[in-house]
Design a protein around this ligand. Structure first.
Ligand code: B12
Length: 314
């Protein structure tokens, strides 16, 4: 039993609820962890988890917590073999119906997707903050945020719905990444300039890059969304960055003339990165580099910063 028992944090992530919610359900309704090994924290067994899943589903459907807890406590042990019943989101429930597909991503991504469908901002933020603090920015982006964002996009494309989910999740992701960046403000001159292409509103990948650079101790300037090309060139000429990362998420914002203007600037950067799925490799001006993912963008930026530091020392 010990191997299957879970901590409060792990249960919260699986269910997509905040740890504080679990605590409340324990204190007020007796739905707590029943596994107790002397000298250790109490842990949740598969049966505890199954009861909490009932609690979560019923409260999400609008049943009062006291009533939901009564049902949860009365439920027979549904997992005699220790397997966990998947939570099905009620098709007409308050969570808006359906699920966000997350492919083969792990339990934390499934928990985040559930919390997103319930518009549970506290649980969304807690899940992201926990991942950032434990596995770092790149792994959080690839294993948690990217699958859920892509899943939201997929569901939206299929149904035209979920715009409220997309907006709330985007907001929570931005806040969590900004908090992670603030927690590790690098010292030294900002030699990396981050900017979205003109009219480009998809900023989250660039915000992930900013947080990853902060984590790696690399200073940067972030211009954010919808930067007109004249403003980009002005920023380059005023700050003389070693590298510029220009993000385009869709074909509509991927005008290669922006990159040509960057390369023609008097204080042309050593490295120009065309990042994001908008850019088409065969239209990029010579000398522009196209990273394949966040990890590559980070290592290119770190390499430029290091080579500049080295040449200053020589
Ligand atoms: C969140 C979101 C929004 C938010 C953005 C909030 C924000 N602050 O960023 C808002 C609501 C503003 C928004 C607006 C719009 N959106 Co939108 N949005 C999304 C969503 C769900 C996630 C975007 C994201 O962050 N993706 C990150 C990952 C998941 O993207 P990825 O493609 O896997 O990216 C990989 C590569 O780029 C690679 N990579 C290569 N180099 C690098 C470098 C770095 C540094 C990184 C990190 C990665 C990387 O790795 C990435 C993954 O890490 C996507 C769905 C999707 N699949 O992306 C739709 C999506 C991009 N949006 C879409 C659309 C249509 C729009 C709107 C036009 C809607 C409208 N009618 O207004 C507007 C566009 C406005 C504009 N001009 O920019 C479409 C685009 C279709 C297309 N291909 O043209 C998508 C695909 C949804 C869909 N399926 O319909 N959106």
């Amino acid at each position: 039993m010990v191997d299957e028992a879970l901590s409060a944090g792990a249960v919260a992530r699986r269910l997509g609820v905040a740890v504080t919610t679990l605590r409340t359900w324990h204190q007020r309704y007796g739905l707590g962890p029943s596994e107790h090994i002397p000298g250790h924290h109490r842990r949740y067994t598969p049966t505890d988890l199954a009861r909490l899943e009932i609690m979560r589903r019923l409260t999400a459907e609008g049943v009062s917590p006291a009533e939901a807890a009564r049902w949860a406590r009365q439920a027979p042990d549904p997992t005699p073999t220790g397997t966990v019943t998947p939570v099905r989101i009620h098709p007409s429930g308050r969570d808006g119906g359906g699920t966000i597909p997350v492919g083969r991503a792990g339990p934390a991504a499934r928990g985040l997707a559930r919390a997103a469908m319930r518009l549970d901002a506290a649980a969304i933020s807690e899940t992201i903050a926990h991942a950032l603090a434990t596995v770092g920015v790149v792994a959080t982006w690839e294993g948690l945020l990217r699958p859920v964002l892509a899943g939201i996009g997929e569901r939206h494309a299929a149904t035209t719905g979920l715009i409220e989910v997309e907006h709330l999740v985007s907001r929570c992701v931005s806040e969590a990444l900004a908090a992670a960046s603030r927690a590790k403000v690098p010292t030294g001159p900002a030699r990396i300039l981050l900017s979205c292409a003109d009219e480009e509103q998809h900023t989250l990948p660039l915000e992930a890059l900013a947080a990853a650079l902060a984590e790696a101790g690399v200073s940067y300037r972030m211009l954010g969304a919808r930067v007109p090309v004249a403003a980009l060139v002005e920023a380059v000429n005023r700050t003389g960055p070693a590298a510029v990362v220009l993000w385009s998420h869709t074909r509509a914002t991927a005008d290669p003339a922006q990159l040509s203007a960057l390369l023609a600037a008097p204080r042309r950067p050593l490295l120009a990165l065309a990042a994001g799925p908008g850019w088409r490799a065969d239209t990029l001006p010579a000398g522009v580099v196209r990273p394949v993912d966040l990890a590559e963008a980070v290592s290119l930026a770190v390499a430029v910063r290091d080579s500049l530091d080295q040449s200053r020392r020589d």
